[in-house]
Design a protein around this ligand. Structure first.
Ligand SMILES: *[C@@H]1O[C@H](CO)[C@@H](O)[C@H](O)[C@H]1NC(C)=O
Ligand SMILES: *[C@@H]1O[C@H](CO)[C@@H](O)[C@H](O)[C@H]1NC(C)=O
Ligand SMILES: *[C@@H]1O[C@H](CO)[C@@H](O)[C@H](O)[C@H]1NC(C)=O
Length: 415
């Protein structure tokens, strides 16, 4: 097995309840104008695109992590919401790339449809989750920068964004401000989302998600014992292995040689643990329809399950993977963010951090995404640093007479 966690943990915490409600109509086969009202259609188109995006992004992150033997864990929901909020201010090709990269079909979904769908999804989370999940966005705007009022209004209305004014030239203080906000929203799990703020930043978009679930059937801590986890043929590590003998819903997916274990939380949320014979066929094939299939066809059966107790943290810069996914222009001089403001804006960074803690009582998962936006034409000050051997000429400007000429290889040598 080539991935560090041979239990491949599905980061999208799947809402089993919702899937069952849809049992009559596969969400993948929603038809444009057949009886569903327009906004319900937009919500399912956006939801379906978000689910596809989750696995595309997973494959990119896993490809990077594999070479370093690292875990992969992120919140596709947090990334989608942050990029969708950014798309509100994007225009032209930059907008087309963002919407396309997120998997939204722009012949079926306008920006207004997308905004309305995210509003519906965020509101639904706020209404139904009885504190198991909290999800939201925020925008930090530099004191001297005036975004278009309609841009901010849309973020507040559709993405339920909190808004703050900061002074980004005070790089440490503004980073602290953002980090304090995220720390509070993730209940202390993500204390430092951003560390190096570019002083030419004019705006920072944030999305966060916090999830805490108690297992419907908890594990007995008395039965947790040290055991061995096989990372690969050459590496074994000790873990605290939890044990539970119960009736579980499972599914044996022969097409990808994977056992699926359904661990429901005491809510409408579930964790699916996927144990493949080999990781690669699972990782390459997994898509939303697998999840639909497992949730629909899993069968209850008595099992003895062993699941490690663990806490992991991950941290990503998403600039490279988003570029690979076709969202290129926003990072360069071709960026068109004129929906935010007339100035020459570009995205300077996209950071994502996540945590996952699994124990006998349940699981806690958090994530946050930060998108830094800088004004590059006006604040761009090129740097010349004479920190290596250089030459010096002292000349008279009118005659061109060269009075002195030299080369400084070591400024500390006095003789
Ligand atoms: C977008 O939707 C249109 C109309 O339903 C469809 O013809 C087209 O194939 C879709 N494009 C993509 C990339 O899925
Ligand atoms: C969920 O939790 C509540 C209160 O803690 C408890 O009464 C209920 O039995 C639990 N349900 C399940 C399915 O464990
Ligand atoms: C599943 O395992 C069987 C038996 O080892 C093997 O023949 C088959 O190729 C595997 N299928 C996949 C998709 O890896």
């Amino acid at each position: 097995m080539n991935a560090a966690l041979s239990l491949w943990i599905l980061s999208a915490l799947v809402c089993a309840g919702r899937s069952h409600q849809h049992a009559g109509g596969d969400p993948a086969k929603v038809d444009g104008g057949s009886g569903l009202d327009g906004s319900a259609t937009s919500v399912s188109l956006v939801t379906e695109a978000n689910r596809e995006f989750a696995f595309r992004l997973y494959r990119k992150l896993a490809a990077h992590a594999d070479s370093q033997g690292k875990n992969v864990f992120f919140s596709p929901a947090s990334v989608s919401v942050a990029l969708a909020a950014l798309s509100v201010g994007a225009r032209g090709e930059t907008h087309r790339q963002l919407v396309g990269g997120l998997g939204f079909n722009d012949t079926r979904l306008t920006q207004t449809d997308i905004d309305q769908a995210f509003k519906t999804l965020l509101e639904k989370t706020r209404e139904t989750s009885n504190e198991a999940v909290s999800e939201g966005t925020a925008v930090f705007v530099d004191n001297r920068f005036s975004p278009r009022p309609e841009f901010l209004e849309n973020l507040m209305q559709s993405y339920l964004a909190d808004g703050f004014k900061v002074d980004f030239t005070q790089t440490t203080q503004s980073a602290d401000r953002i980090n304090k906000y995220v720390e509070e929203k993730t209940k202390g799990k993500i204390a430092e989302l951003v560390n190096d703020i570019d002083p030419s930043t004019v705006m920072y978009l944030i999305s966060y998600i916090y999830f805490k679930g108690k297992w419907a059937t908890p594990f007995d801590p008395q039965l947790t014992k040290e055991d061995t986890f096989t990372v690969d043929e050459n590496t074994k590590v000790p873990v605290q292995m939890m044990k539970l003998e119960e009736t579980f819903d499972t599914y044996e997916d022969k097409s990808i040689n994977t056992s699926v274990l359904h661990l429901p939380f005491n809510s409408s949320y579930s964790m699916l643990l996927l144990l493949p014979k080999d990781m690669a066929p699972l990782e390459n094939a997994i898509c939303p329809n697998h999840v639909n299939k497992w949730l629909r066809w899993m069968k209850p059966r008595k099992y003895e399950v062993h699941v490690p107790k663990f806490s992991i943290k991950t941290s990503y810069s998403l600039v490279d993977v988003l570029t690979q996914m076709g969202m290129t222009d926003m990072f360069g001089s071709g960026a068109d963010l004129t929906g935010i403001s007339e100035g020459q804006l570009k995205v300077s960074e996209v950071v994502h951090k996540a945590t996952l803690d699994v124990d006998e009582a349940g699981a806690t998962a958090t994530a946050a995404t930060g998108i830094g936006i800088t004004l590059y034409s006006m604040h761009h000050v090129p740097v010349l640093r004479f920190d290596r051997p250089f030459m010096a000429v002292i000349t008279e400007r009118n005659t061109g007479n060269i009075l002195f000429l030299g080369k400084i290889v070591n400024p500390t040598l006095e003789e």
